[in-house]
Design a protein around this ligand. Structure first.
Ligand code: NAD
Ligand code: DAU
Length: 351
């Protein structure tokens, strides 16, 4: 019986990882540890919550005593660590929370895992889920490789880079068996509407302005979230201890081009006349320190572990828009209350 602790499982990517693992590994016990911040939502897991191999635990990874008691109680064999503060704009408004969860929380988990496993590391694994943003910003050419030097530019990416360094330090110093993956931008169902794609879908549905930062020329490399979850499964099952794997879709889009595809897709699906949503485009003050371009070279995971993305972007966007159109109650629930406060603070003076 493999007991896997997955942190951040009530969030966007975590909920897709939990679903995949609970359904695929019926003989594993899957524990979802999540503090249910604004980004954590148990509605994301309604279809798996009654499965006998799934347990939800509410708790904070910043609380090291709580983590020690949890490991004592459940004797986990492996950890897949996704819990994090994940939004760049929030890290610009409030960097301290990012240091708490992303750095201190990660080190607490590493420390507890090391203390529990140190007498016998066999069959143990600490899998840390990270981001391509640790590599910094590219100009118009080149790709991030696994050995690209770290050059984080935002408080979010600096906190993730710091956590990656601690994960490697725990392997180097204590022999903790670790693996790290660094993924590009995810999109798909259940993403909180602070990130570009769901925020724009929500604003289109509410006929609100679509705030394009700067000139909309920044480039991101988009991957459907279920493909990321599958990559995490492949790395968890077949990845080499101590290795890093970059995950990406070889799918670069300039923001403004992606936004236009999104506008057309929503207009078509809700029956708006052509061009309706594009009229909502509003160019606003740029994000501070806005990274120009991210692009992942995912050859290593493709060649060594046989993973590849399964969805073409247009198909993924259509599925994503369909999900948000079908789940308006989910969208309404997460965009009331504290969301409005965040929205006003982030966007009201941007122009
Ligand atoms: P998310 O913000 O949707 O979810 C984060 C989850 O972590 C939430 O459920 C939240 O409640 C939980 N959490 C936050 N602080 C916690 C704490 N102190 N203790 C316990 N739980 C806590 O994030 P996401 O977009 O699903 O990202 C998941 C992971 O993947 C993060 O580590 C992120 O850095 C990484 N990542 C994200 C992307 C992306 O495009 N979203 C791409 C690459 C890597
Ligand atoms: O690359 C992986 C990273 O991708 C993850 O590690 C992060 O957790 C995730 O949030 C994401 O970071 P980005 O900053 O790239 O994603 P975001 O959706 O916030 O923004 C995507 C692009 O869209 C970026 O260039 C900023 C721009 N943007 C975003 C918002 C929210 C706008 O133009 N307007 C907006 O309102």
């Amino acid at each position: 019986m493999n007991k896997i602790l997955i942190t951040g499982g009530a969030g966007f990517i975590g909920s897709h990882v939990i679903r995949l693992f609970v359904e695929k590994y019926k003989n594993y016990q899957i524990y979802n540890l999540d503090n249910l911040t604004y980004a954590g939502n148990l509605e994301n897991l309604r279809d798996v919550e009654h499965k006998s191999n799934y347990t939800f635990i509410k708790g904070d990874i910043v609380d090291d005593l709580f983590l020690t008691e949890l490991f004592e109680k459940h004797q986990f064999d492996s950890v897949i660590h996704l819990a994090a503060e994940s939004h760049v704009d929030r890290s610009i408004l409030n960097p301290i929370e990012f240091i708490q969860t992303n750095v201190i929380g990660t080190v607490n988990l590493l420390n507890v895992a090391k203390n529990f496993w140190k007498n016998d590391y066999s069959d143990k694994l600490f899998y840390h889920v990270s981001t391509d943003e640790v590599y910094g910003s590219l100009d118009n050419s080149g790709f991030f490789l696994e050995d690209t030097p770290y050059d984080p530019q935002s408080p979010y990416s600096a906190s993730k880079a710091s956590s990656d360094h601690f994960v490697r330090a725990y392997q180097n110093t204590y022999g903790l068996p670790i693996v790290i993956s660094n993924c590009s931008n995810n999109y798909g169902p259940n993403q909180f509407p602070e990130k570009l794609i769901p925020l724009f879908i929500n604003n289109i549905l509410n006929k609100r302005p679509l705030p394009v930062y700067g000139k909309g020329e920044n480039v991101r490399d988009w991957l459907y979230v279920v493909d990321h979850a599958k990559a995490i499964d492949v790395i968890f099952s077949k990845g080499k201890i101590g290795e890093t794997y970059n995950i990406g879709g070889f799918n670069e889009w300039k923001n403004i081009d992606l936004i236009k595809v999104l506008c057309k897709t929503v207009d078509k699906k809700v029956g708006n006349p052509v061009g309706t949503s594009e009229q909502l485009l509003t160019y606003v003050e740029d994000r501070a320190g806005h990274d120009l371009r991210y692009a992942i070279d995912a050859s290593k995971i493709m060649n060594e572990l046989g993973w590849e993305p399964s969805l073409q972007f247009e198909e993924g966007i259509a599925k994503t828009v369909d999900w948000y159109l079908k789940n308006t109650e989910w969208l309404e629930n997460v965009t009331s209350g504290a969301y409005l406060e965040y929205y006003n603070e982030q966007y009201q003076n941007r122009g």
